[in-house]
Design a protein around this ligand. Structure first.
Ligand SMILES: CCCCCCCCCCCCC/C=C/[C@@H](O)[C@H](COP(=O)(O)O)NC(=O)CCCCCCCCCCCCCCC
Length: 218
């Protein structure tokens, strides 16, 4: 049971995720892989708290998080400190399948690209939430954000399953409660704080991938 100081274990909190995205950027604007992965862990926690309909999504995210963690803990882990150092190392050593799937189906670069595309969905979705009103539907905001981003990279069957999952999302009020921030005004304020951070991390990664012509890795 939670006591008066609210010490319930392992609850999602938007504040926590916000902090990890804040820690993501180094002074010279490189993206720390460790914090990027922690940010995703926090988001998966949120997704899991919404129910088992979403587990096919969280399983894929967890699988990708694990691939990145394995790279970080592997013998070449020293190259997996920032997204920039990872890209440099994998490209210089021919560890990325650039045009078709081959010997490196689990490269850090292609794995992170999937999460990176999902981060764009998150940015679009959170912006819609932030500017929504009491009558707005989370399912519609989520589907619109998805269609504008991730959906373009998913085959029909995944789009269909995602569409079904969106329909059972809790309403705006319940959704805000799971965020564990406080009253709606505070959630909106925190979203306003979180969005520029998420957006900057996204932009930096996008430019890096675009520079190396890696936005379509198989
Ligand atoms: C709150 C509602 C959450 C809705 C989540 C929207 C995203 C829908 C994504 C559907 C992905 C379905 C699973 C399969 C994906 C893969 O096919 C596909 C391609 O991978 P492959 O090239 O290795 O085959 N994978 C991906 O695109 C990566 C998807 C990662 C999705 C992570 C979503 C985490 C959502 C976190 C929600 C947090 C809400 C926070 C609010 C404060």
């Amino acid at each position: 049971m939670a006591d008066s100081d609210g010490s319930v274990e392992q609850k999602f909190s938007l504040r926590e995720v916000l902090d990890t995205f804040r820690q993501c950027l180094s002074e010279n604007k490189e993206v720390y892989l460790q914090h990027y992965v922690s940010g995703w862990r926090g988001l998966v926690k949120f997704l899991n708290s919404l129910g088992s309909v979403f587990s096919f999504i969280s399983k894929d995210a967890v699988n990708k998080i694990q691939i990145l963690v394995n790279h970080q803990n592997g013998e070449n882990g020293g190259h997996y400190i920032t997204v920039q150092s990872m890209v440099k190392y994998e490209l210089e050593n021919g560890l990325v399948d650039l045009t078709k799937r081959g010997g490196h189906p689990e490269s850090g670069c292609r794995t992170l690209l999937r999460l990176h595309r999902a981060l764009r969905w998150l940015e679009l979705f959170l912006e819609r939430l932030r500017t929504s009103n009491e009558d707005s539907k989370t399912s519609v905001m989520c589907a619109d954000a998805y269609n504008e981003s991730l959906a373009q990279h998913h085959p029909w069957v995944v789009r269909k399953a995602a569409g079904v999952a969106f329909c059972v999302l809790p309403g705006r009020q319940a959704f805000f409660e799971v965020m564990n921030v406080g009253p709606p005004e505070q959630v909106v304020a925190m979203l306003g704080e979180a969005l520029p951070l998420i957006s900057e991390v996204y932009q930096i990664t996008e430019e890096l991938y675009s520079h190396h012509n890696m936005l379509d890795l198989p």
